[in-house]
Design a protein around this ligand. Sequence first.
Ligand code: CUA
Length: 174
Amino acid sequence: MKNKIGFVAIVTLIGLAVLSTRYYMVDVPVWHFFGGGSGLDPATLHLQGEFVESNLGAAAQGPAGSITVRMIAQQFVFVPQCVVVPAGVPVKFRITSADAVHMLSFLGTNYGLKAVPGEVTEATFTFPKAGEFKIPCHEFCGAGHYAMRGHLNVVPRDQFATLLPGERRTCEPR
Ligand code: CUA
């Protein structure tokens, strides 16, 4: 009987040791278990729900045809890496992270968006003129942080209207 208690105690201790060293990995699931977050699972973002690959990038949404851009930030890229939006139109961004906290900043503007695992960050920005913006990550997120940057192409409104859904999803060179 004494042996059994000892065994259980040792297994429990080992379990706690493993948990404590993996704390940042269990953090998000535990958070969700207790009802926090929006129910987004960073591990399955690409597979189901709002942030599946086919739903990323810019899309017309709602009766007024307003534009919504969906993105995922992950070590060490943005998905998609290149986003195209119309000039002079309010664009709603919805972004989440597949891993660490990232910060998307539109170089040359005051606009920025934090990407947090398990959460959706939403903001609406208007880019008055056509142009190309670099979007570097401004939150230290690991070894590849300094190389983590996406691109935003702002195109004239009528040019945007002629784009096919696939061309709105990403402007990465093919
Ligand atoms: Cu992502 Cu720094």
